[in-house]
Design a protein around this ligand. Sequence first.
Ligand code: PMV
Length: 364
Amino acid sequence: MTEKDFLPTPYQHFSDKGKVTWKAPSNIALVKYWGKLADQVPANPSISFTLDACATTTTVSYQKKESNTEGFSFDLLFEGKPKADFKPKINTFFGRIEAYVPFLKEYHFTIETSNSFPHSSGIASSASGMAALSLCLMEIEKQLSPEMDDGFFKKKASFLARLGSGSACRSIEGDLIQWGEHPHISNSSNLFGIKYPFEVNPVFNKYHNTILLVHKGQKQVSSSVGHDLMHGHPYAQNRFQQAYDNLDKLKSIFADGDLENFIKIVESEALTLHAMMMTSMPYFILMKPDTLEIINKIWKYRNESKVPICFTLDAGANVHVLYPESIKEKAIQFIQDELVVHCEKGHYICDRIGVGAKKIMGKK
Ligand code: PMV
């Protein structure tokens, strides 16, 4: 598929007003996306677990504009209150996607959005937020073009979400989502995420992700700046190749339920992501002393107990602890006994692999 396949055919139905609501989850990458080309095309393919508890719910009300004003017209409410500082991001997003959803200039929108996780938790809401907003826009498009099938609906929602925030394209469906062209993964695309097409052992079915909130403040360097620093980065080409290779290696790891090698790839990916930050020019560090304390404790515990618990990191100081359902009790005990002391105010979030976004019916 190419971008052109997402241009709509003329709309058949016009409604003057309406209201739609979608809830979209966050996701945690196992093979990381870090570095991009124009139009949010990733420099390497990535794969993620879709999460369940960490999610954004967005309601979009739309009303036909009375006069044909130039530009986009929308109000934005975050957790019930107007949020002026989110507006430029939405405006840029609307500008990028207008050709694909040309009804954007026909309506005035009221966008009401809220997160299931606390605002200042250091958890980025851009993936779940852009996914939920894209799904709402697709829901409106579906009302204008009712013959649209479900497969196309999700693909285009992922395509739009990607233009808002790259990793958001992996937050539409569950439970394991791959994004970015890979020569050995048929139907993989730079334009949208796909459900992982190969065999996955049931050990991954109910995987847990406990997010240890090490640092809840705003991070010093945004991911868009970080992505940009991969241009001209001395290790970029090797890093991109490594991501392709790791996706190849994961094929048999997922099929066999090989947790030992799963852990090696996932932890190496997390540390490589941060190594890229530390070796950019300018360089930066997003980990905190407590991030390293937690990592060392996980390694020690795993060595001694042989319990297959591991970590991954996002572009921040928080630690995502990953473990299978079968060792849930042991993992929670270990987290409470040893790791919670490293969390800001002792806070952490218990999440797990999820099935993807949901339409919320009849929210009037
Ligand atoms: O979607 P962005 O532009 O915020 O980039 C996200 C990058 C990482 O979260 C660090 C990795 C990933 O693949 O999600």
